[in-house]
Design a protein around this ligand. Sequence first.
Ligand SMILES: Cc1cc2nc3c(=O)[nH]c(=O)nc-3n(C[C@H](O)[C@H](O)[C@H](O)COP(=O)(O)OP(=O)(O)OC[C@H]3O[C@@H](n4cnc5c(N)ncnc54)[C@H](O)[C@@H]3O)c2cc1C
Length: 123
Amino acid sequence: MGASHDFDLICIGSGPAGQRAAVQAAKLRKRVAIVERGLDVGGVCVHTGTIPSKTFREAVLSVTGHRNGAAYISSQEGGIGSDERPTAERLLSRVDAIVKTEAACSRTSFAATMSKLLPARRP
Ligand SMILES: Cc1cc2nc3c(=O)[nH]c(=O)nc-3n(C[C@H](O)[C@H](O)[C@H](O)COP(=O)(O)OP(=O)(O)OC[C@H]3O[C@@H](n4cnc5c(N)ncnc54)[C@H](O)[C@@H]3O)c2cc1C
């Protein structure tokens, strides 16, 4: 009965599903809100699942040189020596850098939809 709504669509969660929904709705000129309970947008994909796991794998292959079939990449070339192992700190810093980049991409994507990002109220 004449109720007004601020949004046409509210997405619960800012992972890939919420992001795609927001983009599609924005293309239809709908007003979108995204509710996210995490500290940043991107969901499991960006923060704990797809991106971190694949980046970790890639970091191991890159740093050790196994990606190119070489036994190792010398430290002068940005890799490690043949008798060294990549440290967890080095691998994790690479993962952290990529996750930050991907999170920034997600924020840009949401901003492009002109959607409003709302923090979820914590119990
Ligand atoms: C280790 C790992 C590796 C993976 N590798 C791949 C891969 O290589 N390829 C691939 O295709 N898939 C991969 N996946 C799966 C992929 O991450 C998921 O399919 C994808 O993230 C699902 O997207 P989603 O948007 O549905 O949910 P999610 O990414 O889980 O996002 C849900 C979001 O909703 C928020 N949320 C949940 N409930 C609420 C609430 N009540 N209120 C507010 N916010 C809420 C969460 O905080 C989260 O940000 C992997 C998953 C894991 C765990």
